[in-house]
Write a protein that binds this ligand. Structure first.
Ligand code: LIP
Length: 266
């Protein structure tokens, strides 16, 4: 499939940053045994990757705005109000611990609506892309479609687990109990972007997590929708970017999952 100019810009930026992430990830495995641990090293890796991506994207589209997890919000001057939304390492805790399940996410927003998205795992070399109205793809070859399962008892569902520093443990425990009793399996991966990409690829039947940031959600939301799925807030049909609470699945399972989660009270 011929890549659009905007996806070409995004892929080039992600792959340029990936070279450093692949090298640093190899180093992180050695740092596990250091007393200080790899925390600061990963922060430096995160910032280095975002700097590379920001430079490449703004070189290609100098008038666009930029929202990055590490460098914050840069207002653009583009009349069509384009804005890049970037997470250089989504799944930072996995990266710090040498777990090869993290991704670089780049989304392009136009007048508040995401029109292109990319999620790249530089270790597995899986590149998920989507453009509004043009479908979602894996490695520019395989077209992505969400899973067709309609019975939640057969579903493999992914979720985000609150951890130290996160609120919402009691509510989450109620949601987990409600889900555990109904599904074929539950998973927690540690990268919201890859979780959404896996729903778009039909690997997970559904996903829910609360308290995410725009850079965790923007690219994957478009990907799931372009793969025939639905993505909303957990408690309503609202846009998940508003509160950072996300629910993603096919048309049948999203109804079932929303009911289970709404009835789950701490
Ligand atoms: C992470 C998400 C993950 C969530 C973590 C964190 P980060 O993003 O991908 O799903 O559970 O709390 O928000 O911080 O690694 O970019």
């Amino acid at each position: 499939m011929s890549l659009s100019p905007i996806l070409t810009v995004m892929i080039n930026a992600a792959r340029k940053a990936a070279r450093g992430l692949q090298r640093d990830f190899g180093e992180v495995e050695n740092l596990q045994v250091s007393v200080k641990g790899p925390g600061d090293f990963v922060t430096a890796s995160d910032r280095k990757a975002e700097k590379i991506i920001r430079e490449e994207l703004l070189k290609a589209r100098p008038l666009f705005g930029f929202l990055g997890e590490e460098t914050g919000d840069l207002e653009g001057t583009d009349p069509a109000k384009h804005r890049w939304i970037v997470d250089p390492i989504d799944g930072t805790t996995n990266f710090i611990h040498g777990v090869p399940f993290f991704s670089t996410a780049i989304a392009l927003e136009r007048q508040g609506e995401v029109v292109a998205g990319l999620i790249y795992n530089p270790i597995s070399d899986e590149l998920f892309t989507a453009e509004r109205g043009r479908g979602a793809f894996l490695n520019d070859r395989r077209r992505l479609r969400v899973a067709a399962r309609r019975d939640i008892h057969d579903a493999l569902i992914c979720c985000g687990l609150p951890h130290r520093g996160n609120e919402g443990n009691a509510q989450f425990r109620a949601e987990l109990t409600a889900m555990q009793g109904r599904v074929a399996g539950l998973r927690r991966s540690g990268s919201a972007c890859l979780d959404l990409a896996y729903v778009a690829a039909g690997r997970y039947d559904g996903y829910w997590e609360r308290g995410l940031k725009p850079w965790d959600l923007a690219a994957g939301m478009l990907m799931v929708r372009e793969a025939g799925g639905f993505v909303t807030d957990i408690d309503s049909q609202a846009d998940p970017m508003a509160r950072g609470d996300v629910l993603a699945a096919n048309a049948d399972l999203i109804v079932e999952m929303r009911k289970l989660l709404k009835d789950a009270k701490a």
